[in-house]
Design a protein around this ligand. Sequence first.
Ligand code: C2E
Ligand code: MG
Ligand code: MG
Length: 712
Amino acid sequence: MGKHLEKLAVELGSAQTGCVTSDEVLIPLKKAVDIMQLGVTITDMQRKILYTNIADARMHGYEVAELIGRDVRIFALASSHNDLVPEYMQNLSHWSRDTLNCRKDGSVFPVRVTSDVVKEVKDGTLSGIAIVATCEDITERKRSEETLHLRQQVIESSTNGIMITDTTQPENPIVYVNPAFGRITGYDLQEVIGRSINFLLGEDQEQIEFIKIYAAMHEHREGNAVLRSYRKDGSLFWNELSIFPVLEEDGTIAHFVWNINDVTEREQHEELLEYQANHDALTGLPNRNLLADRITQSLANANRYKHQVAVLFIDLDNFKFVNDSLGHALGDRMLVILADRLHKCIRSGDTVARYGGDEFVVVVSYLEKSEDAATVVHNIQEQMFLPLTIDGHEFGVTCSIGISVYPKDGHDVDTLLKNADVAMYRAKEHSRNTFRYYTSEMNDRVVERMIIERHLRHALEREEFEVHYQPQIELINGRITGVEALLRWNSPELGMVCPDRFIPLAEETGLIVPIGEWILTTSCRQNKAWQEAGLPPLTMAVNLSARQLQKKDLAGLVEKILQETGLDPHFLELELVESMVMRDVESAAAIMKELKKLGVQLAMDDFGTGHSSLSYLKRFPFDKLKIDLSFVRDIMTDPDSAAIARAIIAMAHNLNLRAIAEGVETEEQLEYLRLHGCDEIQGFYVSKPVPAHVLEKLLREDGRLWKPSGPN
Ligand code: C2E
Ligand code: MG
Ligand code: MG
């Protein structure tokens, strides 16, 4: 080893022991090496450590004295000892590399080692070589590099587009975009760097939602908005944009991160759903939902600007005939064509909607005077009547139109529609292809009946009916032994319509036949379901109408329903009112016999209101008499009613029938009936007719709605 190198090493080493030479340069130099964080080692060519500073020894978990004279490979992993061919052997020059070093305790840590060769040349020949190496613990740096790398990877591989902008520049230019940004927008990195992000909004810069983003940027906080954005090729995509401020160490904001989520599919799906909820599937016209909105909006405007609004209710004449004779498919095609014609008759601010089957509604807004609606009506009727050919069939379509006008004929959607409907009926009554303005005189019972009838025709197919069940209890023990099935009609147009208003109509029109079949099936199926759910068996009482009795094969129908639903006939009870059976005693008796043969039970409903005589009663195979509620109502106040009720009970028992009282509303009535031997009761005192799930709850709870106080 060269002399002065040796001297340097010795002197550097002796600095730790406080032995300082007088050399002016060496003193501060030694001091510097001692206090620096970087490890410094000097080794000879045999890898022997000649010198190491405190930092280097500590970094490796040693004292300095332990290291002097040791092989420098003490720091290297055993596995890499052989790799440590000193670089100076190869080129004798400066080198630097990252590697792993070992501490005294065996733990391993990353380091950056930089070495250089110090050569001593004497008289032109190389007289000595030493290697000076610095060693830096790079654990922290490695860790943050790895984290950074990981983050970079996440950003690069994200499916969301990510941009970074520089808020310190006036235009907040883009300084970075990830690959997904390119995939979503079609732009290259080079095309967007340095630009303000506004170009993504294309010509569509005035988007209200963007205000949210501006506000967030201004206030240096997070923000998000759903924006219409445009790809490089001009196509639209829905951009769910979120921005996040990046906080610098000094608390300022120099960058924003922009997250772009392409939600086009979701938005389109939502749009589609909204469209479907508001439009008629066949014609694409607004449906009732949207119609109601549009009318409401028109009324609000009309109110503000003192205009009038006309609602035209349009019903095609004889459309049923087309449908029935040429088929629904052709009928549908006709409706589509007519919808299109109607659409062409209206101004842009007006609405044409499909109301139902062959009914359309036109809303004419901004009317100066109500007579102006007639002009629109004429135009519509003219357009509709234009020749129309489908599959070689030629049609001349006419329609009847009713007009109601806001504010004169109503202040809300329902009233205006209903009155326009009434007027349409009046028009149709008069002759086809005409129109009528609504007048208050029109709104009489006849028209109401007509309207109910029209809606009733669709109620079954539109599933507007429901069956409620009213418990019947045995007076001996208070147990529910049966229920009466009672029809309920929840009409979207008319609201809840009570049976007294529509059942007579359903009878008149014959609609009761399909409706009655539906009730029978529904209630038998329900009864079977309760039994299968383990509830106590009940008798299901179902009302029959005169029309059903007149149908030839009533027993056949009942048998079929029992088979289909699997209900034991014994648990079905059919209620007939006396007027029904008295009309044609012979045939009624024959039908009832057939029904009895099936095993079902028969009850006479509303008993006491007709003119039955005991002799007739004997001819019918009834099991039960139901005392009409009119007697029960007055039982405590009117001695005649009380006498009739008692007589019916006695008569029933004489004939070996059970007596049930309906319409029991008070405890006194119940006690009176019990005292006089009535077998069962039914009435609000015990329970109103309730939906199936409510009844099921009652049955599960106890099965008793009233408990007798006596020894029973
Ligand atoms: P109904 O067969 O005599 O039915 C009993 C009626 O009395 C039911 O009226 C019931 O809700 C009502 N009611 C029960 N308990 C009380 C009470 O404590 N006080 C009072 N004031 N009323 C009570 P709802 O349901 O309005 O039915 C009326 C009528 O409509 C029925 O008289 C029946 O004739 C007919 N109806 C109901 N559902 C059907 C059905 O599915 N088919 C047929 N053909 N007719 C039905
Ligand atoms: Mg009844
Ligand atoms: Mg009754």
